[in-house]
Design a protein around this ligand. Structure first.
Ligand code: ATP
Length: 273
């Protein structure tokens, strides 16, 4: 049940400018993570301690994973590549005692070896839930290992841990103390303006992108949609237009094929055969 410790191959088209809205989040990540990663010596010289961990929380589909991937791409330049390790909370759980802790240690070791690195724990609540007296020992031991690994991070600013969750209250509070996930960013559902920007991101490369008025109308009528809902809306529009277009092409092509000049099937003369 060993999960190979390999960084993710990132799609380098995911950048901050391919994210709709979330401007203040991007600005904050630039200052907290990008600058310390790019200029670690300056931060050391001025004794400024960049955060070890940042916690993203908010409803599903609001761009938490997307922004983390964009961040890794933005921090990579020239030959300097940021290694991006992504783990889903529950995937690290193993039925073998001590195996999850071992995986976590290997992950942190590998990230330090391949620094600068970002370790992204999606669904952190599945890995590090609140430890209660009734809780099984397994989770308690994983949480303590994670705490120890974060406390031991000596490469501040060069190895950064990002956690994401939809249920911030379900995370062990010890992880939210200073020195661990000491910054928290809330990802809300997008506003009208942000919905318009997200729709624009997902349609701007179409051969015939929607007009400003259409985008405005769509944004107005999608209250409560998150970023991934808006992406799904755009994909569905493409699929719908395929459904409408293809049968027409198919029918007209069919008729054309029966024109005498296009006949491709030789008629058999039964009387002679
Ligand atoms: P979960 O909590 O379920 O893991 P999440 O907050 O991590 O969700 P993402 O996985 O980042 O959500 O978003 C899913 C997809 O929705 C993205 O890959 C992207 O295509 C689209 N999306 C979400 N937010 C935005 C945004 N602000 N701009 C552009 N696309 C977005």
């Amino acid at each position: 049940n060993i999960i190979p410790i390999k960084p993710e191959t990132l799609d380098n088209r995911i950048r901050f400018n391919t994210i709709g809205g979330l401007d203040s989040h991007i600005q904050c990540l630039k200052e907290m993570i990008l600058l310390p990663m790019m200029y670690p010596e300056v931060f050391k010289q001025f004794h400024i301690q960049p955060p070890r961990g940042v916690l993203f929380h908010g409803p599903p589909g609001t761009g938490k994973t997307l922004i983390a991937r964009a961040l890794a791409n933005e921090c990579s330049f020239g030959k300097r590549k940021v290694s991006f390790f992504l783990r889903k909370g529950a995937d690290l759980l193993s039925k073998w005692i001590g195996e999850s802790e071992k995986q976590l240690r290997l992950l942190f070791e590998q990230a330090a070896e391949m620094k600068p690195s970002i370790i992204f724990f999606d669904e952190l609540d599945g890995l590090a839930p609140v430890r209660s007296s009734r809780q099984d020992q397994v989770h308690a031991s994983i949480v303590s290992t994670l705490l120890a690994l974060m406390d031991g991070l000596s490469d501040r600013g060069e190895v950064i841990v990002v956690g994401a969750t939809n249920r911030i209250d379900a995370i062990d509070p010890a992880l939210r103390r200073p020195g661990r996930f000491d910054r928290e960013l809330f990802f809300p559902l997008p506003s009208k303006q942000e919905r318009e920007e997200i729709l624009n991101v997902h349609t701007s490369l179409w051969t015939n992108p929607p007009s400003k008025q259409l985008l405005d109308y769509l944004a107005e009528n999608t209250v409560g949609y998150c970023g991934s809902d808006l992406r799904a809306l755009c994909s569905e529009a493409v699929i719908q237009s395929f459904r409408r277009t293809y049968p027409q092409v198919y029918n007209s092509e069919f008729r054309l094929l029966l024109q005498p000049e296009n006949v491709i099937v030789e008629k058999v003369d039964f009387m002679r055969a």
